[in-house]
Design a protein around this ligand. Structure first.
Ligand SMILES: [Zn+2]
Ligand SMILES: [Zn+2]
Ligand SMILES: [Zn+2]
Length: 135
């Protein structure tokens, strides 16, 4: 799907920055960090980027992938996520050498029993190690 169409479908007003950032996500086979996006989209200030990513995340277009490094990564949602409701239940692989992070779309996060009275709102399965290029 084209970036313009995706923004429209999610009720997000079209701006040049939003379109460029989304296009970058659509073309990238791996997850992107803030720095990756700043490198590729010229004249993008940090606050605009921060707000753009937050909007995309809230609207169910991208999901955040935490890792043990300093900067979280983001990847396009594939699981029909909607506003404030992410359905991404797949694991992620983060390469400790090159920093590459990919979604593992066929890996379901196992069900984990939590203590009585606890409610799970998000599950993150992050595997860290070496990617194929670094092994
Ligand atoms: Zn999602
Ligand atoms: Zn690597
Ligand atoms: Zn993912």
């Amino acid at each position: 799907m084209h970036s313009k169409e995706i923004l429209k479908n999610h009720g997000i007003r079209l701006t040049e920055v939003r379109q460029k950032v989304l296009q970058l996500f659509l073309e990238s086979p791996e997850a992107l960090s803030n720095e990756d996006i700043e490198k590729s989209v010229k004249n993008l200030d940090r606050i605009t980027l921060y707000r753009t990513l937050k909007t995309f995340e809230e609207k169910g277009i991208i999901h955040k992938i935490p890792n043990s490094g300093n900067s979280p990564m983001y990847a396009v949602c594939q699981d029909n996520c909607t506003e404030h409701h992410h359905l991404d239940s797949h694991g992620h692989f983060h390469c400790l050498d090159c920093g590459k992070t990919v979604c593992m779309d066929h890996t379901d996060v196992p069900t984990i029993i939590v203590p009585k009275g606890y409610t799970v709102e998000q599950k993150h399965l992050i595997l860290e190690g070496k990617c194929d290029a670094c092994s």
